[in-house]
Design a protein. Structure first.
Length: 125
């Protein structure tokens, strides 16, 4: 597996924020992190748990959402090796990843993004 991952510049972790995808973590993540690969994901809890280190978190309700697909297209069109290497994850324990205050900020950001998406979907009240 390591040889295959070594050939990848950017990994993908497409999950939805629905009853199934919102709280399901992928086994691929540990492999991506061990290989030092940055990855692209959506607005899923995992994308907030880890913070910005080593990933791009794209907007949209799901990987098949037009908003997500457009953001992915823009990201992939503009990426170069410098941007990819700059985004590679640092040591897994760097920066106090599971510090309580940081985790509270990350969870708050997730809740705010989900609430904002729901307000946009429902429109003016």
């Amino acid at each position: 597996m390591a040889d295959h991952l070594a050939a990848i510049d950017v990994a993908s972790l497409p999950q939805s924020v629905d009853r199934v995808g919102a709280f399901r973590y992928s086994t691929k993540l540990s492999e991506y992190r061990a290989a030092g690969l940055p990855f692209v994901t959506g607005q899923i809890p995992l994308g907030y748990d880890l913070g910005p280190d080593g990933l791009w978190r794209l907007p949209g309700d799901a990987p098949w959402d037009d908003v997500y697909v457009r953001a992915l297209s823009v990201l992939m069109t503009g990426l170069d090796r410098t941007a990819i290497y700059a985004r590679r994850p640092q040591d897994a324990d760097a920066g106090g990843r599971f510090d309580a205050a940081r985790q509270q900020r990350r969870v708050s950001e997730f809740v705010c993004d989900v609430a904002q998406r729901e307000r946009r979907r429902r429109g003016p009240v």
